[in-house]
Design a protein around this ligand. Sequence first.
Ligand code: CMP
Length: 134
Amino acid sequence: MDEAKLREIPLFGKLSKKERKLLALCADEIDVEPGTLVCRKGDSAHNLYVIEQGTAKVVRDEQYLDELGPGDFFGEMGLREGAPRNAHVIATTPMTLMIVAGPAFRKLERDHPALASRISVTIDQRRRWLEPVF
Ligand code: CMP
């Protein structure tokens, strides 16, 4: 994919041009139709997805959790935790997605502690929805 596109994604804001080029070389890009089930709850996690264009909804057991849009990422929880997908992610409009495979994701996190902690903060926020409210 094109390195210039990575410049517009906040998660990759601190990467140098050289690092963005390397990441662009190993990342894939897909277009999906509205209604596509991009992540299925219970499936094994192999990729991180970053939204370039379009929107998706996050749903768990019929419960709507969130709407994600350009610049947002998903699939990080299963990858980070070596756990199955904990929710469905379904395209609500035509989408263009960047796909980062597990090994590239792990290298990114190793090389960029700030990026890794940004992902940790997002996981903490998303995880709150998993906890029972008393
Ligand atoms: P993962 O569990 O790998 O696959 C489903 C994804 O949905 C999950 O990673 C997160 O990226 C995303 N997700 C889960 N819960 C929420 C939430 N409460 N808000 C936004 N996104 C979520």
